[in-house]
Design a protein around this ligand. Sequence first.
Ligand code: SF4
Ligand code: SF4
Length: 171
Amino acid sequence: MKEKDHEIVFKHTGYRREDFSVCVGCKICASVCTVNDLDIAVNPQELLLRLFLGQEIGKEDPLVRYCTSCYRCAGACPWKIRIPEVVRAVKESLGMEALFEKAFKKSLNIWGRVYEPFVVVMAAPDLLKGGYIKHMPKWMEYAGFHLPHKVKRLKPLNASEGLDPSEKGRS
Ligand code: SF4
Ligand code: SF4
């Protein structure tokens, strides 16, 4: 995506190039970014800087590829810059398929709600590509699954503890 294509991003988001000059480079957006939780190093501020400076942005940019549109960064940014909307606009101008958005819409069409297992199954082929399988457990947790190690087992009741005192004599 070259500088001339940046206009698409500005048009879709309503931002002007100079609006990104308010970014103070505090990197709070990077510190809360969900993608960094998945051990993929990204810095949303860098994307804004590239747009501001008119630099090229590629499909291989990890933020462009993995942003989950969780809005954590927008909530934490002192200027409330709508970074996920910027990322989405960049994706659109790069002609990239928004995998999860597509899966959400399809799920809504079929069941009238977001059915998480379906979304994960739809996303799985893409996640499996390029060795992303190691990130699957975290993706699944974000999608609402809880892995067995998160389930606390209750200690089995001692037979005598579980009985009503009046019933003890009968057993
Ligand atoms: S919306 Fe995207 S860039 Fe912002 S915190 Fe979430 S994953 Fe990171
Ligand atoms: S949190 Fe906002 S101001 Fe801070 S670096 Fe990120 S975009 Fe810039």
